[in-house]
Write a protein that binds this ligand. Structure first.
Ligand SMILES: Cc1ncc(COP(=O)(O)O)c(C=O)c1O
Length: 427
């Protein structure tokens, strides 16, 4: 049912980096990086003095002294918490207290801090969907935190499975402490968790006192359909910690993200404050504080944009939507005569889609695909908690040149046909 250690999972990222390094001319459909075309370094750097002015006026300092203070060590939980709380409310409908924002070095640090803080006891367990984001499983593996998978593929079965798993854990003397979810444009599957499933899972979490870690790096990238309320916004019981990041909206190098702790933890305001303090204590011995210069960059950009990133993200949204459409059209064309055995989903947003193939696609196949066809997809099994998803791959469309998408898919098509011929001949 569960997997305690995951050395092989930790090796996966290294493997993929090596493949990309060994075949630099291959078209990569593996990387979920944001598109560099939108990185506007000078504009962002110019935003730092903007925040510096605000910082100076709020603290009654000269501009120069404010600059010196920004270059210093700083408050552990961050300095741009208010502007960030404003942006989350405006852009994502996530309304929380700025005192409950813990700013971290990317969302990855916030995730690690929350998991370590919630799972202090060796019997404390994290629950996650299978497959799930490798950054979360990596934290668990590194720190010996047990992850228990939810297997249901259908949204409407998840809440019942969650309740069952929590109950089973209790019988084993363990405690389901946290539920990790990416409800919007999941990494790796690209799917959106339905509203009913969000509410049903929140009910189970409230009843069983399970804290939801709602990770939402892709929420701003919806290409079609109605925006759905976040679990944080739907939560009435005080069980959702919202994880945010500026890695996709601005850039990963800024390393600014964080956690927003709810007003109360299961109705207890003091417990929520204690959790914020605990996250800060841990952070102070992990990264001391998040670079104030990088926070000033984010703060300045948010001030320059009147507190919202919607306008800034609009051209990116158009670009990613176009890439998604190009990829979908190329897949339709390439696999037209194989629709009965090759299937993929149509994501309404985010950076990824997944494809089911009629044969296993693992490490050996990535290598062969890169060597023989010069295209690199990502095996979905790399994200699996239980060795499932052997026949599926994840295709990322965020960081691939639009002009290369057709060719990348044609190469993938050739590889798939070759593998299928080998399979057919063996039967
Ligand atoms: C689901 C998910 N969570 C977290 C992260 C990490 O974000 P950050 O760069 O803020 O650490 C990523 C990055 O790809 C991601 O896909």
């Amino acid at each position: 049912m569960s997997m305690k250690t995951g050395t092989s999972r930790l090796a996966v990222m290294n493997f993929l980096n090596e493949v990309s390094g060994d075949f630099p001319d291959a078209i990569s459909l593996a990387s979920g990086r944001p598109a560099e075309a939108f990185f506007d370094l000078q504009r962002w750097l110019d935003a730092i003095p903007l925040y510096q002015r605000e910082f100076a006026s709020r603290r009654g300092l000269s501009h120069a002294d404010a600059g010196r203070l920004l270059a210093q060590y700083g408050r552990t939980n961050g300095i741009v918490n208010e502007v960030i709380a404003g942006q989350l409310a405006q852009d994502e409908g996530v309304r929380g207290r700025s005192e409950h924002v813990v700013i971290s070095a990317g969302c990855q640090e916030a995730l690690a801090l929350c998991m370590l803080s919630l799972c202090e006891d060796s019997n404390d367990v994290v629950i996650a969907r299978d497959p799930t984001y490798i950054g979360m499983t990596g934290v668990a593996d590194l720190h010996g935190i047990e992850i228990v998978p939810l297997h249901s593929k259908e949204d409407d079965k998840l809440a019942a499975e969650l309740a069952e798993v929590a109950e089973k854990l209790r019988r084993e003397g363990k405690r389901a402490r946290a539920l990790y979810l990416i409800p919007e444009f999941d990494n790796p599957t690209g799917t959106v968790l339905s509203l009913d499933a969000r509410m049903a899972m929140l009910d189970v979490c409230a009843e069983q006192r399970i804290v939801v870690l709602e990770d939402n790096p892709y929420g701003m990238f919806r290409y079609e359909g109605e925006r759905m309320q976040t679990m944080y916004a739907l939560d009435r019981a005080g069980c959702v910690i919202y994880l945010f990041t500026y890695s996709k909206t601005l850039c990963p190098a800024v390393r600014v993200g964080g956690a927003l702790v709810p007003d109360t933890l299961f109705g207890d305001a003091a417990a929520a404050r204690a959790l914020v303090a605990n996250l800060g204590e841990r952070k102070s011995f992990l990264t001391v504080n998040t670079s104030q210069l990088n926070q000033a960059l984010i703060g300045g950009m948010l001030l320059a944009q009147d507190g919202s990133l919607r306008e800034l993200v609009a051209p990116q949204l158009a670009h990613y939507r176009r890439n998604r459409d190009l990829l979908l059209a190329a897949l339709e064309k390439e696999f037209a005569d194989q629709r009965d055995v090759v299937r993929w989903n149509r994501p309404e947003g985010g950076f990824f889609l997944t494809m089911d193939l009629p044969f296993a696609f693992g490490q050996a196949e990535v290598l062969r695909c890169a060597r023989e066809q010069h295209v690199i997809p990502m095996p979905l099994s790399f994200f699996s908690l239980t060795g499932t998803c052997q026949d599926s791959i994840r295709l990322a469309f965020s960081n691939v040149e639009p002009s290369l998408i057709n060719e990348g898919v044609a190469r993938l098509g050739r590889f798939v046909r070759e593998c299928q011929e080998v399979c057919d001949a063996a039967v």
